[in-house]
Design a protein around this ligand. Structure first.
Ligand SMILES: NC(=O)c1ccc[n+]([C@@H]2O[C@H](COP(=O)([O-])OP(=O)(O)OC[C@H]3O[C@@H](n4cnc5c(N)ncnc54)[C@H](OP(=O)(O)O)[C@@H]3O)[C@@H](O)[C@H]2O)c1
Length: 286
């Protein structure tokens, strides 16, 4: 075997070891994933389905969800539940259908979301409302609908895909960062209020992950950005991000930061906040 072959084998054995060590933990769990039609949610769906979990997959686009289902190794264990997080009124009915069918949700992964690319001075208020509806109100509404069942069972895990933008902000992301910060406020309260009900809360803060997030971002008037940002393009793969999220769930972490060098900004914010301000203010603004 040549050296490259040896490296591939080591990589494969590491991946197999990861699947093996987390297999039992997820095998009989029912996991509801929002934003499962692409990116991080899609990668989580494949990985958790591979580990034997029953997955319930949600997003707006039913056709994309069907494609994801068909690409899973065990399609019998994939249930499609289309929903729009922006339409929190209809979420009650959607959640009832899912809860009537599955009775128990072990893990709810609140992953669905949209980002933003626009300056505060130019952004319509309707764009801020959309960012808050999808990223914050839809997410807390769905979690509140699943919560009573978790309280009854005295067991449950709520995972929230926040962002580094949930810990500090940057230009062009005012509404997105506000919504992600709000998620931390809400779910830190939920963790405390339901600690004794054995309901765990994990806040996930990714940096740059190579998905369609920048393409799907909303601009000042609500239209799509439709551009792949350079930072996103050079980011971590969705598969690696999903693997780290899965490890953090199993390790019962409260908060996890996933990404590359950009994670250092988090520590800069904590220990040298003015330095971070000076660095971020000089970033190119389009
Ligand atoms: N990629 C990154 O660098 C990064 C960094 C930090 C945090 N995050 C967070 O990671 C999560 C996943 O994003 P991603 O990077 O995987 O981006 P993505 O590929 O654009 O995926 C976003 C997902 O959210 C769903 N979604 C959007 N609007 C929705 C709505 N109104 N109702 C229901 N589902 C909706 C989309 O499906 P439909 O279009 O079918 O509805 C899609 O499945 C987001 O919460 C994002 O904020 C991403």
């Amino acid at each position: 075997m040549d050296f490259c072959g040896y490296l591939d084998e080591v990589k494969d054995s590491k991946a197999n070891l990861f699947i093996f060590t987390t297999m039992g933990y997820f095998e009989h769990k029912t996991i509801w994933i929002t934003g499962a039609s692409s990116g991080i949610g899609e990668a989580l769906t494949y990985a958790l389905n591979k580990k034997g979990a029953q997955v319930i997959i949600s997003s707006r686009n039913q056709k994309s969800l069907e494609k994801v289902k068909n690409a899973c190794v065990d399609t019998e264990k994939v249930y499609i539940a289309p929903l729009d997080l922006e339409d929190s009124e209809k979420l009650t009915e959607k959640a009832k259908t899912v809860l009537d069918k599955f009775k128990k949700i072990d893990v709810l992964i609140n992953n669905g979301g949209i980002s933003q690319r626009s300056l505060i001075k130019d952004t319509n208020m309707s764009v801020y409302r959309k960012l808050m509806e999808v990223n914050f109100f839809g997410t807390i509404a769905l979690s509140k609908l699943v919560l009573p069942q978790m309280i009854r069972e005295q067991s449950g895990h709520i995972v929230v895909i926040s962002s580094l933008m949930g810990k500090f902000s940057s230009q062009l992301r005012s509404g997105y960062a506000a919504a992600k910060h709000a998620l931390h406020g809400f779910f830190e309260s939920l963790r405390l209020e339901h600690y004794d009900d054995n309901i765990k809360v994990l806040l996930v803060c990714p940096g740059f992950v190579k998905t369609n997030i920048s393409l799907n971002s909303v601009t000042k008037d609500g239209s799509k950005h439709n551009e792949m940002d350079e930072a996103q393009d050079g980011g971590l793969s969705a598969e690696d991000c999903a693997a780290k999220i899965i490890s953090a769930i199993q390790a019962n972490k409260e908060e996890v930061y996933i990404g590359g060098r950009e994670i250092s900004a988090l520590y800069m914010k904590r220990f040298f906040p003015k330095l971070l301000t000076r660095i971020l203010k000089n970033r190119k603004v389009t």
